[in-house]
Design a protein around this ligand. Structure first.
Ligand code: GLC
Length: 582
C-alpha cells in the first residue's frame, strides 16, 4: 500500500522517552480511560446516590466493554458543596459512597480484571470544613498560612471590607470571601466553600504529597489532577486582572477577565515536577492533568519534555472546546484539531482525546446524536488514549433540570434566569442500565438528579440485546484498538473535506483499516478515489458502522465499493482493506 507521509505519521514513529519509574510502553497508552462520576453510576443502598459498591458491582461491565483504566471522580469526605470536589478529608471515603474497606474491595476487584484505577486528586483547594481551614481561621500554627489570606484594601462607606483586588472566582463573583474571625479575606478560585490552599507554604506541599502517597501506597495506579492551573497566584495582591468584557465583569463572570495573575503561574510546574518525581518512585504511575487553555502552547507545557517529564498527558479538550454544536463538526475542522495536537506535541509524548466529562454538555447533546458512533470511532481509533465519560458508550444525552431540581453551585449562583447556561447537572444524571424504575440505577424512591426520560429505550441492557447498537459499536472499537494496526500502527489521512474525513491505520504485515466519517448533516454518496490523496483499492469490507445506517449494503461483513460509498448523515464506517501486493 502506498501512503503519503504526513507529520502525524512521522510522530507516531518517534522513540519512546526513557526515565526511571516508567516502562517503554506504559499500560495507559493502549488503554481506554473510562471516567465514572461516583454519584451517578450505581446506587446499591437505595439512597438515590451512587456508591463505591455500585462501581465494584459493575467491574464485569467495564471488563466486557474493553475498558482497562477506570478514573473515579472524587469520593472523599465532603460537605458536597461542589459534589465531592470540596474535600474535608483527603484520605477517607465519604459515608455516602461507603468506606475505605469498600474502596479496597473496589481496587482489588478491578485489579483482578486487569483494570487500573486512577483517582481524582484535588490539590488546589479543600473544603472550608476541612480541619486545616478551621485551624487556619483561628491562626493556629502551623496552619495559619495553609490558605491564601489577604487584608482588605479598605472599607466602604457602610464599613464593609473591600477585597484586595478584582479577582473573580469561576463560580461567579469575587474570589475573595471575608472571615470576621481573622479580619481577613481568603482566596477561592472556585466556590466560596473551596478555599485555595497556599502552595507557597512548603508544609502545604508536603501535606499534598502525603495525600498522593496515601493512595499510591494503597495501590492506585495514577491520578487525574484537578484544576491544576489555579494552583498559584502572583504574590502581589494589589494587582488587578485586566477586564476584557465590562458587561460580563459587572455580572461577575470569570470569563470577563484575563487571568495573568491567577492562572498557569511558573511555580505550578515546579510543583508538578515534584509530584512526577515522587510518583516515579512507584512503578508506572499515570498523571493526567486538567487545564482548559486557549493557547495550545500553554496546554502543552503540562507535558514537560523528554528530559523534564511532567504529566503523562494534560487532557486534550479541543474536541469539546471547538465542537460546540452540530455545524462545528466538519472533516476539515476535525483534521485541524487533530493536526494542532500532533504538531504541538512535545517529542516522545503521547496524545489523548476527550469528548466529554462531568463539567461539559454531553457530546450527544452538544453536537448531535447522529454523530455518537462516528466520534467514538475517531477517538478510539486515532493513535492516543481516549477518555470516555460514563454513558458515552451508549450515547447518553443531557437531561433538562428545572431550577427547583438544580444542584450544581455553578448553575445555582446564576439564578433562575441564567442557571441553565452554567449548570453541569444535565450531564451528571444517573447511568441508564435498563428499562426498570430509575433505569436500574437505584432501587430507592428517588435519585439525586432525575433520570433521563429516554431510559426505557436508551439503556445498556437494550443495547446489549440489540443486533447493532452504540454499545456494540463501542465494544468492537475497543477490541480493534488492541490490534497491532491500531496499537502500534501508523496514521495517514486519506480524505479531508468538510463533509468527509477518512484515515487509515496500518502496519507492515498487519491488516490495513480505513475509517470513513460522514460529518455532514446529509446522507451522501462519496467517491473516495476521487478525493483520496493516497492510493486505495476498489473495495473494502465493513467491520462496523453507525447504528443509524440500516442498509443491507453497508452491514458488517459486506463488501463496499469505495468509488460509491453511501453514508447516512453523521455516519462512521470502519473498513478493512484487502491486502495489496506492493
Ligand atoms: C475541576 C472539576 C470541577 C470542579 C472544579 C473545582 O474543574 O472538574 O468539576 O468543580 O475543578 O474542584
Amino acid at each position: 500500500m502506498k501512503t503519503t507521509s504526513t507529520q502525524t505519521e512521522a510522530r507516531a514513529e518517534q522513540p519512546e522517552p526513557k526515565h526511571s519509574g516508567r516502562e517503554k510502553t506504559p499500560w495507559w497508552k493502549n488503554s481506554i480511560v473510562y471516567q465514572v462520576y461516583p454519584r451517578s453510576f450505581l446506587d446499591t443502598n437505595g439512597d438515590g446516590t451512587g456508591d463505591l459498591k455500585g462501581i465494584t458491582a459493575k467491574a464485569d461491565y467495564l471488563d466486557d466493554l474493553g475498558v482497562k483504566t477506570l478514573w473515579l471522580s472524587p469520593f472523599f469526605t465532603s460537605p458536597m458543596a461542589d459534589f465531592g470536589y470540596d474535600i474535608s478529608n483527603f484520605i477517607d471515603v465519604d459515608p455516602i459512597f461507603g468506606s475505605l474497606a469498600d474502596f479496597d474491595e473496589l481496587l482489588k476487584t478491578m485489579h483482578s480484571k486487569d483494570i487500573k484505577v486512577v483517582l481524582d486528586i484535588v490539590p488546589n483547594h479543600s473544603s472550608d470544613e476541612h480541619e486545616w481551614f478551621q485551624r487556619s481561621l483561628r491562626r493556629e500554627e502551623p496552619y495559619a498560612d495553609y490558605y491564601v489570606w489577604a487584608d482588605p484594601k479598605g472599607f466602604n462607606d457602610s464599613g464593609n471590607p473591600i477585597p484586595p483586588n478584582n479577582w473573580l472566582c469561576l463560580f461567579r463573583g469575587s474570589a475573595w470571601t471575608w472571615r470576621e474571625e481573622r479580619s481577613q479575606f481568603y482566596y477561592h478560585s472556585f466556590h466560596r466553600k473551596q478555599p485555595d490552599l497556599n502552595f507557597r507554604n512548603p508544609l502545604v506541599q508536603e501535606e499534598m504529597k502525603n495525600v498522593f502517597k496515601f493512595w499510591l501506597d494503597r495501590g492506585v495506579d495514577g491520578v487525574r489532577v484537578d484544576g491544576l492551573k489555579h494552583l498559584f497566584q502572583v504574590e502581589d495582591q494589589n494587582l488587578d486582572e485586566p477586564v476584557i468584557d465590562w458587561a460580563g465583569f459587572n455580572n461577575l463572570h470569570y470569563t470577563s477577565l484575563m487571568h495573568p495573575f491567577t492562572e498557569d503561574q511558573p511555580e505550578t510546574f515546579e510543583v508538578l515536577r515534584d509530584w512526577r518525581k515522587m510518583m516515579d518512585t512507584y512503578p508506572n504511575k499515570l498523571i493526567m492533568t486538567e487545564a482548559y487553555n486557549e493557547d495550545i502552547r500553554d496546554v502543552m507545557k503540562y507535558y514537560g519534555n523528554d528530559t523534564d517529564p511532567l504529566a503523562d498527558f494534560p487532557f486534550n479538550f479541543r474536541l469539546i472546546e471547538k465542537l460546540q454544536n452540530r455545524s462545528d463538526v466538519t472533516g476539515t475542522r476535525l483534521k485541524n484539531i487533530i493536526d494542532e495536537w500532533f504538531d504541538n506535541l512535545p517529542e516522545g509524548k503521547w496524545p489523548n482525546w476527550v469528548l466529554g466529562n462531568h463539567d461539559q454538555i454531553r457530546v450527544a447533546s452538544r453536537v448531535g446524536t447522529d454523530l455518537v458512533d462516528a466520534l467514538n470511532m475517531l477517538t478510539l481509533l486515532l493513535p492516543g488514549t481516549p477518555v470516555t465519560y460514563y454513558g458515552e458508550e451508549i450515547g447518553m444525552q443531557d437531561v433538562y433540570i428545572s431550577w427547583e431540581d438544580t444542584k450544581d453551585p455553578w448553575g445555582y449562583n446564576f439564578g433562575p434566569d441564567h442557571y441553565r447556561e452554567h449548570s453541569r447537572d444535565p450531564c451528571r444524571t444517573p447511568m441508564q442500565w435498563d428499562a426498570t424504575a430509575n433505569a436500574g440505577f437505584s432501587k430507592g424512591p428517588s435519585t439525586w438528579l432525575p433520570v433521563n426520560d429516554n431510559y426505557k429505550t436508551l439503556n445498556v441492557k437494550a443495547q446489549l440485546e440489540a443486533r447493532e447498537s452504540h454499545l456494540k459499536v463501542y465494544k468492537t472499537l475497543a477490541r480493534l484498538r488492541q490490534e497491532n494496526s491500531f496499537a502500534k500502527g501508523k496514521l495517514a489521512f486519506s480524505v479531508v473535506t468538510d463533509e468527509v474525513l477518512a484515515f487509515i491505520r496500518y502496519l507492515e504485515d498487519e491488516p490495513t483499516y480505513l475509517v470513513v466519517l460522514n460529518l455532514s448533516a446529509n446522507d451522501v454518496v462519496v467517491n473516495l478515489h476521487h478525493h483520496a490523496n493516497l492510493e486505495l483499492p476498489p473495495d473494502a469490507s465493513v467491520i462496523t458502522r453507525s447504528v443509524s445506517d440500516k442498509s443491507e449494503e453497508n452491514s458488517p461483513g459486506s463488501k463496499v465499493n469505495l468509488s460509491a460509498l453511501t453514508l447516512v448523515r453523521g455516519e462512521g464506517l470502519v473498513l478493512q482493506l484487502p491486502f495489496v501486493e506492493e
